[in-house]
Design a protein around this ligand. Sequence first.
Ligand SMILES: Nc1ncnc2c1ncn2[C@@H]1O[C@H](COP(=O)(O)OP(=O)(O)O)[C@@H](O)[C@H]1O
Ligand SMILES: [Mg+2]
Length: 409
Amino acid sequence: MSVIEEFGFETDEWQTEIRMIDRFMCAGAWDVLGLMSGTSLDGLDAARLRFERDEQGLKSWRLLDHSERPLPRRLKHDLQGLIEGQPLTASAWAGLHVDLARVFAEFVTAEFPPRANGSIADLAAFPGQTVHHDPDGARVSLQIGSPAVFARLTGIDTIGEFRQPDVLLGGQGAPLVPLADALLHRSLQESRVLLNIGGIANVTVLPPGRGVEGVRAWDTGPGNTLLDLACRVTGAGEFDDEGRLAREGEVDGERLKRWLEQPWFDRQPPKSTGRELFGGSFLGPEEMAVEMAAMGRANLLATLVELTVEGIVRALANLTVDCLYVGGGGLRNTWLMERLTQAVHPLTVAPADELGLPAGVKEAADFALLALEAAAGGAVALPAVTGARSPAGAGIYCPGGDRSSVRPT
Ligand SMILES: Nc1ncnc2c1ncn2[C@@H]1O[C@H](COP(=O)(O)OP(=O)(O)O)[C@@H](O)[C@H]1O
Ligand SMILES: [Mg+2]
């Protein structure tokens, strides 16, 4: 018997009634803090937004402030090891779970001045760091970073564990931003595709209209993960700044063709992926070193850029689109953006900043909206996107209560 059958996980009538009450109670103005630490493990992103809601849902939104900060080196190293499958003791696991929440709490407390009532926000979204995402096999998606610790240290009511409920309902648990994309960025006139090039790249298709009807989204394949890995392995630093090295290289068509034979590229949505597929197991450090010796660093990077671009191009095939809005760290890779723009010509390509949110904090802002939807009893995932049997809310609500000291006692 599955967990779902055993515990009657599906929505039933009393839950619907509670949701109606929540929806009413969430009317008014809300300052919500959205947090993000993506697959690239490059840093912490945070955005504070003011939302206006009524009983029907979201009326308006505006970005109040935002901040980004690199992930502390040791934490990054440990998380990288964990994600790439290095054995870790239970006590080390537990330490990371609390440390990540503490680092986020310190960041937020330092960067976001309290409002007149003394609190930083009415609600926070702390989705944590994905360390294992396997919705198709074991049907798990695990994020570490304790929302309860974060709530306690900052005093902010916090929503966490956004993905597993959707996975339990048969969904991919990702991508989740399409609901936010639909509510924040849909246009009545323009047919839009929003592309986020983080560690993994994903698209949201927003035909002209309102609400979530007709919205589709899926991961397109690698974004920056393999590029970053190639830089690290070949001693070129954490990433290829502005794509300068890749720009000097030539694409190896044979290798590219072989990499594109990975069946995932031709799979139909719903689909989501992570470093489990497009990380060390796709091209591990040793393989990367062999390729580098055979091709040279610049050619390797140029060919990996093309892999990212080709994944995106395949995702856009057969779509009628007015404008492609690009966000995520990949936007700063000038060479990647030039190649993408050429590959999708004559489609207009614009930075996601034009939608009113700096590209680097778009996902953090999206999660702020998801947290408010969850608090209002709504779903955080679109079943049409994730493939879940029914809409799933977020998993955990942690009351902030009195703020504990951010410093270790
Ligand atoms: N100046 C830059 N030049 C090239 N690539 C960059 C630059 N700045 C950021 N990036 C890329 O963007 C990645 C981070 O993107 P981000 O959207 O934060 O991804 P994630 O959501 O996975 O954390 C970095 O790991 C790096 O590959
Ligand atoms: Mg990031």
